[in-house]
Design a binder for this molecule. Structure first.
Ligand code: ING
Length: 311
């Protein structure tokens, strides 16, 4: 193994609306510590890991909205996680609701995944690009999915050189869009870290309910294979505030094969020691982009929606 890396996918069970940050961080610390004891160098936590999935309610009170967001990272509640990770020399990726102010003093609210190296240094932030659900309150729904009320979209898919390779991140709905993996694949991504909170009940089309687990692995296995990358998909699952959410956390190889998978819907680790050089078996053969891709052809057909007359 030329570039070994031991990865732990740290699945979480439900987080209740009134669980404190301290209670949740204690669970993250337990997962981190167990992962370190099993040799993990990188631990991946789910989307919005610090709180319940609050977009399931249409919240309008500005003070309550703000209570779901982190104005600093690390902050007082999350500093123990950063400190322990640094002490154990374990890096991690953590999903949370980010409140940030830009250089013009404007406030922004993102659905964010942060990446932290083994020395405790912050490598970067990914801000969710594909924000699903709806903007306005839709009281007809059994529960809301009002992410578009709470978050503004990110604008790119960065890839960073860290953990001995090229690492990118995505969040939940991003994993369903093939561009997510390809934009990072074109940057050479060898490892893509994805957290998700996915209700098993898909309100706009309940026919898809029975296909949630299938679609979840389908898109991540395809994204991994078609870009010759490892993909780690980590759930916050189980019945959270009455909403049954998908678990099925996995670590997937560049072949598209599932290497490790969680069995439960609660706090559980899936751990795998991988070799990042293994990505060459796909990046330098079938998916040698420089040799086989024809970008000019794609540009001509890149967005043909509406180009053809309706049937
Ligand atoms: N959740 C969902 C996801 O893309 C969703 C939205 C729910 C899509 C159920 C399809 C079915 O997995 C988030 N948080 O993006």
């Amino acid at each position: 193994m030329a570039r070994p890396l031991t990865i732990a996918a740290a699945q979480m069970g439900p987080v209740a609306r009134d669980d404190s940050r301290a209670e949740v961080v204690d669970r993250l610390l337990a997962l981190l510590t167990e992962a370190a004891s099993r040799g993990a160098e990188l631990v991946v936590f789910p989307e919005l890991a610090l709180t319940t999935f609050f977009p399931r309610w249409y919240i309008e009170d500005p003070r309550e909205i703000e209570s779901w967001f982190e104005p600093e990272m690390p902050g007082p509640a999350t500093k123990p996680l950063f400190d322990e990770a640094r002490r154990l020399q374990v890096g991690f990726s953590l999903g949370y609701a980010e409140l940030t102010t830009d250089d013009n003093g404007d406030t922004h609210r993102y659905n964010t995944q942060i990446l932290v190296e083994r020395d405790g240094s912050i490598v970067g932030h990914y801000r969710k690009v594909h924000i699903p659900g709806h903007e306005a309150n839709e009281p007809w729904r059994p529960f809301q999915h009002a992410e578009r009320h709470f978050f503004e979209p990110g604008t790119d898919f960065p890839v960073w050189r860290c953990f001995g390779g090229l690492v990118g991140m995505a969040i939940c709905n991003d994993r369903r869009w093939s561009e997510t993996y390809r934009v990072m694949g074109l940057q050479g991504a060898e490892l893509i870290l994805i957290g998700y909170n996915t209700p098993l009940y898909y309100v706009p089309d309940p026919q898809q309910n029975a296909l949630q687990a299938f679609h979840n692995h389908l898109v991540m296995q395809a994204g991994a294979y078609q870009n010759g990358a490892f993909v780690v998909g980590v759930a916050k699952g189980g019945i959270e505030e009455g909403v049954d959410s998908l678990a099925q956390t996995v670590i997937i190889g560049p072949s598209g094969q599932i290497i490790a998978q969680c069995l439960t819907t609660g706090d559980e680790l899936a751990v795998a020691k991988v070799d990042l050089d293994y990505t060459d078996f796909y990046k330098k053969t079938l998916f040698d982009f420089d040799r086989y891709r024809i970008p000019e052809a794609y540009r001509r057909i890149s967005d043909q929606r509406g180009a053809l007359p309706p049937p």
